[in-house]
Design a protein around this ligand. Structure first.
Ligand SMILES: [Zn+2]
Ligand SMILES: [Zn+2]
Length: 162
């Protein structure tokens, strides 16, 4: 059976009880976001940005309130590779993220329990719902991210590189 709906979400069989604990750990790294939106419903998936064979998530970023550029994130959950355009980032930089199309600022999801900065929200449905979203930490080098689907936190990864 297809694990993903055509919106790129994981498909849960309706008539079966979903048991997260029994999933093999390995599958965490295989979650690939197929859709990602700004608060105004613009797609942030950019076909020109490639992470292996997958198109990346592209946002406009402002670094420490100053320089602006673009950042493409890997659509694979748990993969922290990124591509920067017109900007250099170093660990510890704090980013604000914006939609490249309408400049809408990506809203705060929560505070980051790892580094005390903010988690920013990337919506995984065009409905701008906090029950379908991805939270990423605004601090470069803080690898705290979480994926929320139907109010259930599916995956959470917290790893800070030194
Ligand atoms: Zn937008
Ligand atoms: Zn953090």
């Amino acid at each position: 059976m297809n694990r993903f709906t055509n919106q790129g979400k994981i498909h849960f069989p309706k008539n079966k009880i979903f048991r997260l604990a029994r999933r093999p750990k390995k599958q965490k790294s295989q979650v690939v976001l197929k859709e990602c939106f700004c608060p105004n419903g613009h797609s942030l998936i950019d076909e020109n940005m490639h992470f292996c064979e997958h198109p990346g998530i592209k946002v406009k970023v402002k670094r420490n309130g100053n320089d602006e550029g673009f950042l493409a994130l890997s659509p694979k959950f748990g993969d922290y590779s990124k591509i920067t355009i017109d900007i250099k980032l170093k660990n510890g930089d704090l980013l604000e993220m914006f939609c490249p199309e309408c400049n809408a600022k990506l809203p705060v999801y929560s505070s980051c329990y790892v580094c005390d900065n903010q988690m920013l929200t990337l919506f995984t449905s065009s409905e701008k719902s906090y029950s379908h979203c991805l939270g990423v930490c605004q601090k470069v080098g803080c690898h705290n991210s979480k994926m929320v689907e139907s109010k259930r936190m599916l995956y959470s990864v917290a790893k800070t590189c030194s």
